[in-house]
Design a protein around this ligand. Sequence first.
Ligand code: GLC
Length: 610
Amino acid sequence: MSKADEIFQRRMNRHHDELRWLYMELYQNGDMFAELCETMHEYYKKRRQQLKNRDERREENPGWFKKNDMLGMMMYIDNFAGNLNGVKEKLPYLRSANVNCIHLMPFLDSPKGRSDGGYAVADFRRVKPELGTMEDLADLADACHKKDMNLCMDFVMNHTSEDHDWAVRARQGDGEYMSRYFFYDNYDIPGKYEETVPQVFPTTAPGNFTWLPDAGRYVLTTFYPYQWDLNYKNSRVFNEMMYNFLFLANQGIDIIRIDAVPYIWKELGTSCRNLPKVHTIVRMMRMIGEIVCPSVLLLGEVVMEPEKVVPYFGTVEKPECHMLYNVTTMATTWNCVATRDIRLLKKQMDIVNALPKEYTFLNYLRCHDDIGWGLDYPTLQQWGMQEVPHKRFLNDYFTGRTGSVSRGELYNDDPVTQDARFCGTTASMCGVESALDVHDPARLEEAVRMDLMLHAYMLTQSGIPMLYSGDEIGQLNDYSYKEDPDKAPDSRYVHRGAFCWELAENRGDTDSVQGRIFQGLNKLEKIRKREKIFEASADTYTYDVHDDSILCIMREKDGEKFFGIFNFSDQERTAWMQEDGAFVNLLTGEEIVVKDILMPAHDFCWIKNM
Ligand code: GLC
């Protein structure tokens, strides 16, 4: 046996019994399991030597991604740099922004006008021609690796586009392919599903089923009507999708974002969310990755409340995802911006801080999607706030209707549940856009301060901070999507504008908005990378400073003590606290006495003992 085969065999031996057990439990099909194992070996053999070396290095250092120098940025390829080669040319810019992990938004072949921002994949092995080719992708991955950067992409496994070859054949009535989706001759079963399954896009794509007049059948479409849900009860679907996963990993992708993962298993009579078999599938995926391409990480997209998110880490013996989004913290942060009351965020931080330090969260302020107000309503209720009016308050606040400084738009404003979500960029939500509109320098100054304060808060948390491309220069909402009929109905495009390179030119000039934000972030990121106190192994707590508008986070490690203090109020406030010993302000380098610290409106500070 060659050395390479030995390595594969060793990894296979480690996982084989459990993998087989889970597979047989789901599919009772030994032939298909044997095919899966053989094909995994094929993908292993096809994997480039340099990627295999990367695998071995990372196998020896499995916690490589937990270091405090990690900084991610998510971006649309076309918005940022036109195409994949353009991104490659812009790597020095990203490096100068301290980014070492790039999440490329969906770029696989997807029908124009029916793509859901690329989340309706027509071919898992073809890049959208206008963005480049698979070779360009592998080339970009190589270039990233040479610069010590990682590449992340989406794996949209819950559904395919209706233009995917399987869907085309299924629509023509080919039983083999119909069994890869959920087809129904009449509305009897769909009607039963609708009794228990909530809606993802209640206004832009109501209902969970789509009637296909030409096929004379209904098909399950949890998201848009052109996104057909795959049926993972069919072992052929599972095997083929795993081959697609390995094919993409072999291009040199380091992080696979499993899109909409809670939805991948369906059972009549349930919500079709987070069912136990979803975890069986993710666990199998984790093992398949560890056998073929162990340097590749799984990032689960679980946009749910904390109790539902955490199980996707699996257990110590049986891990599932390597990383998950810290979604409730994100939504709660914005809640505190609107209410100027940090109590809910403090409570949320206490929940996150009590979790095992091995869990790696991706922390973010904004992403390509809307902000859903998934908050802890039972707690808000104890404080006299009711869910429906509170959501209305938040949406009124952020759209600027209440005279607030924020700007943005509602998303899926559902008249039945009154459950509208919100879209807008960080800078627009912080008031940069409205301050520029009225030419008010004082307001602008405060808006920029709030923008930096929120980023500083994100960078204070353990885990991987993930910037949204454009936020590093304070990019504003872009309303031009309304002129494109394909985009106009989907307000998420308001924060998916093209990156403005012209404004980015100002990033060195600290008199400009771009420069203040870019340089401000740059400083914070460098401190985060340099200081041990930001390592994930630090103990982290919330610290009471006796003011409901000021959040204080304390980190402790090896005798070092750090405080991050964030004023969410639009007034000057005092953080009532007293700590003995000498402290230094990490931003200014000045010594500071930690006693009752005066905090300007929307300001923050980072201090550490000396
Ligand atoms: C994820 C994506 C979102 C997309 C959906 C359907 O939630 O983030 O943009 O609409 O999946 O694929």
